[in-house]
Write a protein of this length. Structure first.
Lengths: 436, 436
């Protein structure tokens, strides 16, 4: 028998830590990212889990020759930290020694040490395990992490409980056309398109809930803004009196995320030359106002992607905002659980949030009484029996509530001005990619 | 056009907030949980998103009659906070007024206001949307939340990056028998059993990663400790030199979670009469040592659930620990990515963590070189072509690494001494439950 103490070795090298150890020795693990020869010495840029650190190899100072170093090797290195204003982090490390830990078995198929990958998206996706080693490619996912952290932190500060709801479900909440079917011990099941009905159920006992998790969409889109598997940031809040409460929350979430990224992810934002929007408030227009702005007839029942782009441009020019809420969409295009507008039952208490020309979130006030939900299901021609498991929650009583779902990859794509949503997914799933 | 400011209404009532407002009025939303008449007045226990708060209805003090209140109603209430040492929170609220917000349409099918639900698990699962309103039932999921929060917080403090990897995958990492098959645009796909290979790929560029997400297991277990969909807490760390590093991390995770729950979830722990274990270190025995303790022949290649129970009892008695590591399992029962032991290639650098008689986590050192992984695949008779997407990562170079996966529901089940794992899943999926 042996006793295992609890300890996590953490030798993370941060710029701050290096700056405060000028003149001292530092030892850490890293990957040899790029070797560049200068006169009489060489720059050996090394990659840690987050940073690229400049080290200098000078045969006079280092116990081992440069010929022992190759790009892609993982090494343990030791050297003296020196101030160097011309380096990116303001410091460099003069190598004294290094030890090989692991060497690659093949040449990298992509130029991961170049300033940009410089290949097509298809090529980058075909060599995903190499492409993600590029500092700019991986930085996107640090930003994703930041978005999720900020969302969670704000939720927890405001009494939202984090939940985990099923991904294997009996009912295709957003329509059977967009759901992946599967067999579950002989029964027909569907991969969850959204935690919608489950988060509503939880309102009855947690008041406020949120979930960060996978959502699946089987629609055969082949566009720059669709994935067939994505991460959804969902919240639902009880006692919401109207969509104003929910849009206020949505706005607070956006502001919090942007402030959080600026505070904690400035390294990645600079690396990606990202300019985050400044948000104080978000303008909101109704669906009909939007149609008027777009000079489209009121017979239209939804906005298409081109409309989204145009109305976003208008909002930027006229309201000075890169975000725009559009509210009160026609009921015919909104799901059964959305509350009808009291002013006009053909419309709904719903909203979309557009950002830089694209819908990134969608939400609304929900129906919270059993009678109203039954009536709406009947009007919509939906069999209420299949939904008994959900309806029972309304039957036993629920406070008024509403919420929204926000697509992580879409938000990150737009935040970083990426051309394609696949760049914002570690291992994207689309019609042509089940691998890696 | 309207401008939406960012603001989240947060009127959460906490015991501390109530205690500091004795003598003042408080107004908040709640659900009428239980009404109990006393002489000349009635106790109206109300349920907020987290607490049960004692209010008192006295016709002389309250503008509205008790006949207007029914269990299950959601109300807005207003009253004066009074010190009351006999109440659970040390305070009570003398009602002055209340307003009905929402009323149930049907009687509750379960006794959610009783001290315990008092029905069978089957009944509770059949009426899940009602059962979860019971304070003790929902408290389990606050503990789950705490476990996940603690895990994430510790990970982030130690330079682990949070990742999201696919749930629709091309390869059944843990064996085809236990994988749910599905069709993905004409291709054969499987629901992810574990993020294992993806988290390994990420080690190449993030050094340390973790993920909290759904995992799926299609095995036809029908036991108190199996779910077909569960939440897995996964981590993988680069530059781990041996399983000692990983077991140290695992031990640190356990200690951190327990301290975190004691600090932030004492309300729920008391409600559930849970006694969390005290952990300073965790004893570890090898697989063969375990067999010797169990008086079983060394020909045995794995431990069964009964062995787990027995060896746990032994560890508690002999080592005073409710946790126990078992290491160096025979290679024949461990997956292809686990490193063989250098001492004995028939064994592996693997471990299981047992807690109160059940395996709650499993981990190990991984193979990190291309050549070694190819050789092991060949020895195991696995076609390496299907794994090219994973193997390419080893080919381009990886540091040594290892990690573990921990089942959230199993850990919570054992922490809270629940009889059945289904009690630790909001909407459990088993062979008989696809609904709700």
């Amino acid at each position: 028998m042996q006793n295992i103490d609890g300890m996590i070795i953490n030798n993370e090298i941060t710029p701050d830590r290096l700056k405060s150890s000028v003149g001292e020795d530092a030892a850490f693990h890293a990957c040899v990212h790029k070797i560049r020869s200068a006169s009489g010495f060489s720059f050996v840029m090394v990659r840690t889990g987050r940073y690229i650190i400049q080290t200098v190899h000078d045969a006079k100072m280092c116990g081992k020759g440069l010929d022992k170093l190759k790009e892609g090797m993982y090494i343990e290195l030791c050297g003296t930290v020196k101030e160097e204003p011309r380096s990116e982090l303001g410091v460099e490390i003069v190598l004294k020694d290094f030890t090989l830990i692991s060497r690659p078995a093949a040449e990298m198929p992509l130029h991961v040490s170049d300033n940009a990958l410089g290949c097509s998206l298809d090529t980058s996706l075909a060599h995903r395990t190499a492409a993600l080693r590029h500092p700019k490619e991986r930085a996107v996912f640090r930003i994703s992490e930041g978005v999720v952290n900020a969302f969670r932190e704000l939720m927890q500060e405001n009494a939202f409980t984090e939940i985990h709801t099923p991904r294997i479900t009996s009912y295709p909440t957003e329509g059977i056309k967009g759901a992946f079917p599967m067999k579950y011990f002989g029964d027909d099941a569907f991969l969850s398109q959204s935690p919608q009905l489950y988060k509503q159920i939880c309102i009855a006992f947690f008041d406020r809930v949120f979930e960060v998790g996978h959502a699946f969409c089987a629609e055969k889109h082949n566009s720059a803004r669709h994935l067939n598997e994505f991460i959804s940031l969902d919240l639902e809040m009880g006692y919401a009196k109207s969509i104003s409460d929910i849009m206020s929350t949505q706005t607070a979430v956006i502001k919090y995320i942007i402030a959080y990224l600026n505070e904690h992810y400035s390294y990645e934002l600079a690396l990606l030359s990202a300019s985050l929007p400044e948000v104080t408030s978000i303008p909101s227009v109704t669906f009909y106002e939007a149609l008027d702005i777009l000079k489209k007839p009121h017979e239209q029942v939804d906005l298409d992607p081109t409309d989204d782009v145009k109305i976003s441009e208008y909002a930027k020019k006229e309201y000075g905002s890169e975000f725009l809420f559009i509210t009160h969409f026609p009921a015919v295009k909104r799901p059964f659980y959305i509350a009808d507008s009291t002013d006009d039952p053909a419309l709904t208490e719903s909203f979309d949030l557009l950002f830089r020309g694209m819908e990134i979130a969608s939400g609304g006030q929900r129906i919270h009484t059993y009678a109203e939900q039954l009536a709406k299901l009947e009007r919509s021609g939906i069999d209420s029996e299949e939904l008994e498991w959900f309806l029972s929650s309304l039957k036993y009583g629920m406070p008024p509530h509403g919420g929204f779902g926000m697509g992580l990859e879409r938000f990150v794509m737009k935040l970083l001005d990426l051309e394609n949503i696949r760049q914002a997914s570690l291992f994207p799933r689309d019609m042509h990619h089940l691998i890696p």
